[in-house]
Design a protein around this ligand. Structure first.
Ligand SMILES: Nc1ncnc2c1ncn2[C@@H]1O[C@H](COP(=O)(O)OP(=O)(O)OP(=O)(O)O)[C@@H](O)[C@H]1O
Length: 272
């Protein structure tokens, strides 16, 4: 059905709906990539696409063909560059559908994490963070959720020991040869120490936060693990989840966030 005419263009309700949906989509994508290097790539790609539309409308055939090739190869490159953002976007959709809140769906489709699988005990971790914070020792602890973290474990020293507060404190003691880097906790055990984590290039991170916090954020962008950073300088605790860094957490807040994130139902986990 025709709504109005714009020069030679007939604009209908469906066109308006189409424009609205594209606007929302571009806005959401912009929100996800804002502040990262990817945002500049995104804007660059949009400009090339606009140039393509213009040369196509003007009938410049050779230029149109060149830009067409560029855009089709660029689409593949975009998927690689925007891995993290695409993941966050799908996560956003997964969360907003709120499937996990339906009791019926929970019962029939989801496996709760406590059905026989070994769950990581959070108490030793929280207690260790408390001591590390009060002693200004500094620490970086990765708690596995679903994603396989073995390649990160192999970047450090494999330990494979029972999880306990004294062992965590011994690892992060400044006299320990293992205190540098991150401790990786997997299936309720300390899997490895001295692990090297990917560093985030998010330029919105406050300059006061150094590489420990960047590594925590980077790991949470690359995987679904929960990463705790205890600052050596301030003793403050931060938690990185799904590419978000929650800073200056009090102990109870750290525990609640960690608990609810790690105990989310499995179906939701797979959407992330
Ligand atoms: N990519 C990384 N992977 C694992 N650990 C890292 C990484 N980068 C830094 N670290 C750890 O963080 C420690 C402190 O780094 P830095 O002082 O830059 O961090 P920070 O964020 O300022 O934290 P703090 O407040 O504790 O000083 C390093 O000695 C190292 O143990």
């Amino acid at each position: 059905m025709l709504v109005f005419r714009l020069g030679f263009l007939d604009v209908g309700w469906l066109d308006l709906l189409d424009i609205l949906l594209v606007t929302v989509l571009i806005y959401q994508i912009y929100n996800l990539v804002r502040g990262s290097v990817a945002s500049r790539v995104f804007i660059g790609y949009l400009l090339v696409y606009l140039a393509y539309l213009v040369v196509k409308a003007l009938g410049l055939n050779l230029m149109t063909t060149i830009l067409e090739y560029f855009i089709s190869v660029g689409a593949l490159a975009l998927i690689i560059i925007f891995q993290q953002e695409i993941r966050r976007f799908l996560l956003l959709i997964g969360k907003s559908t709120n499937v996990a809140n339906s009791r019926w769906i929970r019962r029939w489709l989801m496996r709760q994490p406590n059905d026989g699988e070994s769950q990581t005990q959070l108490k030793p971790i929280i207690d260790a963070c408390k001591t590390l914070g009060s002693e200004f020792s500094g620490g970086l602890i990765v708690v596995q959720k679903n994603d396989d973290l073995e390649k990160f474990a192999l970047s450090g020293e494999i330990i494979n020991a029972d999880l306990s507060k004294p062992l965590l404190l011994a690892i992060f003691s400044q006299y320990s040869p293992l205190h540098d880097g991150a401790v990786l906790i997997s299936n309720g055990r300390i899997r490895a120490a001295r692990c090297i984590l990917p560093v985030s290039d998010d330029d919105e991170l406050p300059p006061a936060l150094g590489f420990r916090h960047r590594a925590a954020l980077g790991m949470s962008e690359a995987t679904d693990a929960a990463v705790i950073a205890v600052s050596e300088e301030s003793g403050r605790m931060s938690l990185a989840l799904n590419g978000e860094l929650y800073t200056n957490l009090v102990l109870s807040e750290l525990e609640t966030r960690l608990e609810s994130y790690l105990r989310e139902p499995k179906l939701l986990n797979h959407l992330q």
